[in-house]
Design a protein around this ligand. Structure first.
Ligand SMILES: [Zn+2]
Length: 467
């Protein structure tokens, strides 16, 4: 009896092994996988560190880790293809899309201004469904470098034109495009939205319509320019757009059996960094963290997919601790209820009541010298309005109010900044899902793209499959 059982199990194991080897040789055993690239624009290591303490639950003694801590696999070098060592978003996004170092300002071109193939188009050629989500205009440097090939990042109208005109198999390369930037698509000289619609694209302009979007291809341009800052709108727009994008891409994937490529950019961490506005940056990080958690959960549910996340560079030279103080007062950052530019706008509109507005939006108690300084600026602004001053004269005073607000926030919270521009330190690399181990270590940003390109199936094979 025992022997018979053993014999049977041996036969069974043999059958199983034959079955497994057949599985391994069958093309569908390793189907092309869905790839998700997440870029936190300007999200250098000091941002993820600061966010850990900003997000920490003060009721517990532990400093809880964040999704960034959980996904960390390495670091990446960001220097561009010129001599500056400090990259801009265009050169860095081109490196992350195409695996090529280039000059600052280049969108999908190498140093000789020749086209270099990015991940989105390489994926599209292999039959992937493609999507891009950003909180900037979709013509901004990072999304643009994944979509088109243009000599200067400033050529927004040209970039929008190319999103429609630069095609693969006579179709636009992107099946789902969510973000801001209507002004670049509906212009006096050309109505790109009408042309997209003629090609069968759905078109949506309100974020409240996200749930109504139920098929691809689709263009969602949810603002004339960029979407509002998280701290000012109170909304996690990136998370909401990414949730809808994942639903649409996954159901298309299930329906048509094609994998998808998705680029998600947390665009405005960088802008808050350029403004040296710590609360603005931390709230953008809140949206970035929520979006990354959502993407991680998606990969957990679809373990054949791969998520790779990084930053394109650091911005602002942010430091926790400044002016020789061994302290970062995160509580004072948490109390801030608006970006410095919105605080300034509200102070200028408040008249006599400005101290109440200041208190409710900043929670900062002003010393009499500080109070006087702000009062003088606001009085000057009032006088300029009464005198019918030009916009540019009034703008100088508005900037004065913004700068005094920022100086007080940074001084109270002991937040340091060294520049209004970008910085050249290495950035972090995060990965989750099948193939995560390929990204462990200290990589060049171009290696990230090369390793992702290597995960795309051979062209002839996939063309056959998509037929
Ligand atoms: Zn920037």
């Amino acid at each position: 009896m025992f022997c018979a059982l053993r014999k049977q199990s041996r036969a069974c194991i043999k059958r199983c092994l034959v079955g497994l080897s057949l599985l391994a040789s069958a093309s569908w055993a390793q189907p092309p996988q869905s790839l998700i690239v997440f870029i936190g624009d300007g999200m250098g290591p000091s941002y993820t560190s600061a966010y850990r303490y900003f997000a920490d639950d003060p009721a517990t003694e532990a400093k809880e880790t964040t999704v960034f801590d959980q996904l960390l696999v390495g670091m990446a070098r960001t220097y561009p293809g010129d001599k500056t060592l400090v990259t801009d978003s265009a050169a860095s996004a081109t490196a992350l899309a195409a695996g090529v170092k280039t000059y600052n300002g280049a969108i999908g071109l190498n140093v000789n201004k020749e086209r270099v193939e990015g991940l989105l188009e390489a994926a599209k050629k292999r039959g992937y469904i493609t999507g891009v989500v950003a909180t900037s205009t979709v013509t901004h440097a990072t999304p643009a470098a994944f979509l088109v090939h243009v000599q200067s990042r400033q050529s927004y109208a040209k970039i929008a034109d190319e999103i429609l005109d630069d095609r693969i198999n006579d179709k636009p390369k992107v099946d789902l495009l969510f973000g801001g930037g209507r002004k670049d698509f509906v212009r006096k000289d050309r109505d790109l939205v009408a042309e997209f619609r003629k090609l069968g694209y759905g078109y949506f302009t309100e974020l409240s319509q996200l749930e109504q979007i139920n098929q691809l291809p689709v263009l969602g341009l949810f603002a004339e320019e960029a979407l509002p800052h998280v701290i000012d709108s109170g909304q996690l727009h990136l998370e909401a757009m990414t949730r809808r994008a994942l639903n649409l891409l996954q159901s298309e994937h299930a329906g048509r059996g094609r994998p998808f490529f998705l680029l998600v950019e947390a665009s405005q961490i960088d802008w808050c960094g350029h403004a040296n506005d710590i609360a603005c940056a931390m709230h953008e990080m809140r949206d970035a963290a929520a979006t990354l958690s959502l993407l991680k959960e998606f990969v957990d549910r679809h373990p054949d997919s791969l998520l790779v996340a990084t930053a394109d560079h650091g911005t602002g030279g942010l430091s926790m601790g400044a002016n020789n103080r061994y302290e970062w007062d995160v509580e004072s950052v948490r109390r801030l209820g608006a970006s410095a530019s919105r605080i300034a706008r509200e102070l200028l509109a408040a008249g006599e009541n400005w101290p109440l507005v200041w208190q409710s939006l900043t929670g900062i108690r002003l010393e009499s010298r500080e109070h006087q300084g702000m009062q003088q600026l606001l009085d000057r602004a009032k006088t300029l309005v009464a005198e019918g001053a030009t916009d540019s004269q009034r703008e100088i005073v508005r900037k004065g109010v913004v700068n005094l607000t920022l100086a007080l926030i940074n001084q109270r919270s002991h937040t340091g900044w060294t520049t209004r521009g970008h910085t050249g330190e290495d950035v972090q690399l995060f990965a989750w899902g099948r193939g995560r181990e390929d990204f462990i270590g200290h990589l060049n940003n171009t290696d990230i793209a090369k390793r992702l390109h290597a995960r795309l199936p051979a062209l002839a094979d996939s063309e056959e499959k998509s037929r």
